[in-house]
Design a binder for this molecule. Structure first.
Ligand code: PAF
Length: 281
């Protein structure tokens, strides 16, 4: 695996390459979910570029940025074993050199709901860094995980706004054996919290299973109560259209996504499941 720390050295290297370029952006603290993105990106003999950059612009809470795990040595080790071709490991000056023009993206409704509502400025920060990385790497395909469902919708919008030729490929959420969605933040859970956290996925599946029998508002109430029993404070539990993320009050015959965010101790966790509209009566 080649490691580049500067834009110039990476671009010089990529200029001589003819292969399809598949790009996996990350903020490090890599886990099996990221490695799955790498292995999907490796298909069809593509050249795989992974980036590790903890983007300060997407942290609305400075405390959260401070607590974000930094595990660069073990990340490099994992990428090496996964046979990733290229790691881009820039510092802040490379990504945000002085004088860089920072755009403001009109994300419409996506900026106002769910993560957009509770993490003000977060998606602007994500768009700024992803657009910058895309302009440096110029990949054919970009790989993101479904766990950040709204982020995927935001990036799709960014690609539209910027008339990009890059295609977004979304890979299903990777889960621990007990159902907990893999996340870099999970390492911050205490042992007790780690045992409580699988309740999130369990209760999302209960809503899915009962959706033809019980009203959504009642199911949401029961969800919030069940999580409270496990010390998980729900920030939101919402049903939305799987395509445009418009919020819904009831299940219908279109595909939906059920999205959750909440706190377990000091750790903010998110998860979601897609619910096929064809099974709704
Ligand atoms: O999902 C993430 O880890 C980040 O939001 C991303 C896409 C790498 C941008 O910093």
């Amino acid at each position: 695996m080649k490691i580049f720390k500067t834009v110039k050295s990476l671009q010089n290297y990529l200029a001589s390459k003819k292969e399809i370029i598949n790009f996996v952006p990350t903020m490090g603290a890599l886990h099996a979910g990221h490695i799955k993105l790498i292995s999907e990106a490796q298909k069809n003999n593509a050249l795989v570029v992974c980036s590790i950059f903890i983007n300060p612009k997407q942290f609305n809470d400075p405390g959260d940025l401070k607590k974000y795990p930094v595990t660069t040595e073990s990340d490099i080790d994992k990428l090496y074993h996964a046979e990733c071709d290229i790691l881009f490991l820039p510092d802040t000056q490379e990504i945000y050199p002085s004088g860089l023009e920072i755009a403001k993206y009109d994300l419409g409704n996506l900026n106002e709901i769910l993560e957009g509502k509770f993490r003000s400025g977060h998606f602007q920060g994500v768009c700024i860094v992803v657009n910058r990385l895309l302009s440096i790497i110029k990949p054919n395909n970009l790989f993101l995980g479904q766990k950040d469902y709204q982020q995927c919708a935001v990036i799709n919008k960014l690609l539209q706004i910027t008339n990009s030729n890059c295609k977004l490929i979304i890979i299903p959420t990777q889960r621990e054996k007990d159902g907990l969605a893999m996340s870099s933040r999970n390492v911050r859970l205490t042992e007790i919290e780690r045992n409580e956290a699988p309740e999130i996925y369990k209760q999302l599946k209960i809503i899915e299973n009962l959706r033809n029998k019980v009203s959504l508002s009642k199911l949401k109430e029961e969800f919030i109560e069940a999580l409270q029993q496990k010390n998980i404070q729900t920030e939101y539990i919402e049903l939305a259209d799987a395509d445009d993320l418009h919020l819904k009050n009831n299940f219908d015959d279109k595909d939906s996504v059920l999205l959750f965010a909440g706190y377990l101790g000091g750790v903010r966790l998110i998860d979601n499941i897609i619910i096929n509209g064809h099974h709704v009566n």
